[in-house]
Design a protein around this ligand. Structure first.
Ligand code: SF4
Length: 208
């Protein structure tokens, strides 16, 4: 890859990693997808499993052209932009670049800054540690709540009442609490069937 020495901009973004795998969570679970994980996050979830993503300056900068070329070469139809927290950046040039190559643009975000770019699918996963921007409620195609303790069901309903009616609703146990929370989630979904269970199946498959 060609590392660049410019400042972060819409054309130049910090890249933590990229990989072609199976989407393990949410609505597109089971689909082949190319992931671009951008560096940088200021949300601060205590249970974050990618804390090494937080410091944007720890990650090399890449042109969106290069990111687009890599994604296209993978053979994937879907490109998922994740982080870190990708909405920290202007993503309009990146999504333009991906779409120019005929790729689907998906994002996973906690929605804490206004969303930029042109998206085919928005997975909104709010976190208790930083309040999301209200505009994301209209933009979300999928609401994914990470359940870490019992009170999170009430919190999840607050967001479900704010997103558009077509938004798909998922409850996903936080990985380290899965044994404790999954039975509660199953009971909750049986009583509230507009919600669905989401599991991190990539972790069961031992893939990234
Ligand atoms: S928003 Fe994501 S990357 Fe940021 S701290 Fe939370 S889980 Fe980690």
């Amino acid at each position: 890859m060609v590392e660049v020495k410019e400042k972060i901009s819409a054309d130049v973004l910090p890249l933590m990693e990229y990989f072609y795998t199976i989407q393990g969570e949410g609505f597109y679970q089971g689909h082949a997808a190319y992931f671009i994980r951008l560096g940088g996050c200021d949300v601060g979830c205590v249970w974050c499993d990618v804390k090494e993503s937080w410091d944007a300056s720890a990650h090399p900068l890449f042109h969106v052209d290069e990111l687009g070329d890599r994604a296209k070469t993978s053979g994937s139809e879907i490109v998922v932009i994740t982080g870190g927290e990708p909405v920290m950046y202007d993503l309009s040039s990146l999504t333009r670049n991906l779409k120019k190559r005929g790729l689907r643009t998906h994002i996973e975000t906690s929605g804490v800054y206004p969303l930029t770019g042109n998206w085919d699918w928005v997975c909104f996963s709010p976190k208790k540690f930083k309040t999301p921007e209200p505009k994301i409620f209209r933009e979300a195609n999928e609401l994914k709540i990470i359940v870490y303790n019992k009170s999170d069901f009430t919190w999840a309903e607050e967001f479900a009442s704010k997103v558009k009616s077509s938004c798909h609703l998922f409850l996903q146990p936080e990985w380290s609490k899965e044994k404790e929370m999954l039975p509660l989630i199953i009971d909750y979904v049986k009583s509230n069937p507009r919600w669905q269970v989401s599991l991190q199946i990539h972790k069961y498959m031992n893939i990234p």
